[in-house]
Design a protein around this ligand. Structure first.
Ligand code: NAD
Ligand code: LMR
Ligand code: MN
Length: 562
């Protein structure tokens, strides 16, 4: 008997059972179950199947005209019946992912206080900071193994969304379950509500978060410390993913806590790994090795510094000195190219700052500032990566200039959602005569090149974090090293479809994200063992350990517990 057929002991009945999203089966409760659990009369009489339920919900999703309405409908389904929600998601991943995740989740965060209907996850707010231990103590959280936490300050490229940022942890954990197969009963989205500096939210009478300017500095740090202390006390072995924190906090929080609990920052580390993987696959197509590329990074913030650091490490690993690697790397932020002596330089940007001598002979449009076009003209990059949240920043001039000096330019406008992307794939294809190898953070429709539709690679950390989480739980990793993310990047790059045609894909299709999660998990688990971060296991055991952590969205039979 497979584990899916072993009856589950259930001790609730009637409407209470039907409103428990982890146990509800809706019309798929059998006649015997309806009798055993007092459900007759509460459901229409005909017993349904999961297949029929998926078909019914799918046509309902498709009938909406606006994606936000589809999101609200799907979230309602998730709150009503998680098995059905995940069955629908996993069977129609390419269609559903953009609805429950990027880009629609961005709108959902902005509109959070307007469509909200049912609580999910935990809101831990500044006014309730003294009772965080008490809140976490409830037995309903006994099984928690994975947390995604945000404070809502940098939601995609949409800025501060306050409490509405909860959409992001919910969406990320939905992907953990849909792609990595983590049991939804073990996942917990958390929003830390320390106020918002978004004037529109504060002015909105319906805004549901704490109406107060953001708590900052030592008070903020103390709040996070209270939170993390409570988390580590309650779940010493939990996996915690930091998500969508502002630039001032993202890096410092990761460094402060990565040795205190099993944790990582998705925007720094997950993004670096997916960008590196797309790039490594791209080097195979362009025929220019990683160490022979010239890189321009646009937006040297959280994601940019993570990507930059991983690329420098990879080049050093391939044989360059750190200095040689840095010489190939140029970073542009809001005040232009990062050059020594510039105002507002951040400590995490240090590896990417150029000496004045390095740019001394450059031709510039204006003497006092080196902007992206100047940088592209002088560097003649082979790789251009955007993580700036600035739509349209990759202009026709810039892209044509880049394409003048490289046959297959690698161009990755990674900012999300669609409205924040540095350039559309259609424009990039047009301006480069179809030669650009493109990766975007958000999903775009295929571009037509030479009359053929070409899939746009979705360089999104959803290719990485599910596999990392799966590995952590499969082998019981205590901590997450940078090398584990490098292993994830290499494993993903190895999955790139073979580069045979003129417009090869650099990433496997979104439809295959479940297999990607397993392949990434294998590589990450092996690296965790090599780094001494988990108990030992035999190679032959690994597939079984991974399979054992995978929950499938199917209905198990229920038996009344006595
Ligand atoms: N594809 C992915 O998987 C992925 C992952 C993480 C982040 N992102 C996207 O990347 C973007 C940035 O995220 P982040 O966490 O790095 O944010 P961040 O705020 O930490 O960094 C953004 C950086 O862009 C700079 N910037 C702002 N305006 C600029 C301008 N006009 N010119 C040049 N630089 C400018 C800022 O100064 C900052 O350093 C967001 O849109 C986010 O959605 C995508
Ligand atoms: O959420 C995403 O789609 C990717 C990334 O984590 C982001 O912040 O943009
Ligand atoms: Mn993010």
């Amino acid at each position: 008997m497979s584990s899916d057929q072993i009856p589950l002991e259930v001790d609730i009945e009637g409407a209470v059972l039907l409103t428990n999203p982890l146990l509800n089966k809706g019309t798929a409760f059998t006649d015997e179950e309806r009798t055993a659990f007092s459900l007759h009369g509460l459901l229409p009489p005909r017993v349904g199947t999961l297949d029929a339920q998926v078909a019914r919900r799918l046509q309902a999703v498709r009938a909406f005209t606006r994606d936000l309405d589809r999101y609200v409908f799907l979230r309602g389904l998730q709150d009503a019946n998680e098995t059905l929600f995940y069955a629908l998601l996993t069977r129609h991943l390419t269609e559903m992912l953009p609805l429950i995740y990027t880009p629609t989740v961005g709108q959902a965060c902005e509109q959070f206080s307007h469509y909200w209907h049912f609580p999910r996850g935990l809101f831990l707010s500044w006014p309730h900071r003294d009772i965080i231990n008490q809140i976490l103590a409830h037995p309903r959280y006994d099984r928690i193994e994975t947390i995604v936490v945000s404070d809502g300050e940098r939601i995609l490229g949409l800025g501060d969304q306050g409490a509405g940022g909860m959409g992001i942890p919910i969406g990320k954990l939905s992907i953990y379950t849909a792609c990595a197969g983590l049991d939804p009963a073990t996942t917990l989205p958390i929003l830390l509500d320390t106020g918002t500096d978004n004037a529109e939210r504060i002015a909105d009478p319906l805004y549901m978060g704490w109406k107060h300017e953001r708590v900052r500095g030592a008070d903020y740090d103390a709040f996070i410390e209270t939170f993390i202390s409570a988390v580590t006390k309650r779940w010493p072995r939990v996996l915690l993913q930091w998500e969508d924190f502002a630039r001032v906090n993202a890096g410092p929080l990761l460094e402060r806590y990565r040795d205190r609990l099993c944790s990582f920052n998705d925007d720094i580390q997950g993004t670096a790994a997916v960008a590196a993987a797309t790039l490594l696959a791209g080097t195979k197509v362009s025929g220019i090795s990683l160490c022979d590329q010239r890189f321009v990074l646009f937006g040297a913030g959280t994601a940019g510094s993570g990507i930059g650091r991983m690329l420098l490490d990879l080049m050093v690993h391939e044989g360059l000195t750190r200095r040689e690697a840095q010489d190939r790397f140029f970073a542009v932020d809001r005040h232009g190219l990062l050059v020594e002596g510039m105002a507002d330089l951040q400590s995490f940007q240090a590896p990417f700052v150029k000496s004045r001598a390095a740019v001394a002979g450059w031709q510039l449009a204006r003497p006092d500032r080196i902007d992206l076009l100047d940088t592209v003209r002088n560097v003649r990059p082979t790789v251009l990566i955007g993580v700036s949240g600035q739509p349209g920043a990759f202009t026709e001039d810039i892209i044509r200039s880049m394409a003048d000096s490289v046959e297959r330019p690698l161009i990755f406008p990674l900012s999300n959602p669609l409205s924040r992307c540095e350039a559309t794939p259609a424009d990039l294809a047009r301006w480069t005569g179809g030669r650009a190898l493109i990766g975007t953070g958000s999903p775009f429709p295929p571009v037509v090149i030479d009359g053929q539709p070409v899939t746009v690679n979705q360089t999104n950390n959803a290719y990485i974090f599910p596999g990392v989480g799966l590995a952590v739980h499969a082998v019981g990793a205590r901590r997450i090293s940078d090398a584990m993310f490098v292993a994830a990047a290499r494993a993903l790059a190895a999955l790139a479809p073979k580069a045979t045609q003129a417009h090869p894909k650099l990433l496997p299709p979104v439809e295959g994200l479940r297999d990607v999660a397993v392949a990434v998990a294998r590589a990450v688990a092996l690296q965790a063992r090599a780094d001494g971060l988990c108990a030992g296991f035999e190679d032959e055991e690994l597939d079984r350990l991974i399979a054992a952590k995978r929950w499938e969205p199917v209905y198990r039979p229920y038996r009344r517990s006595r």
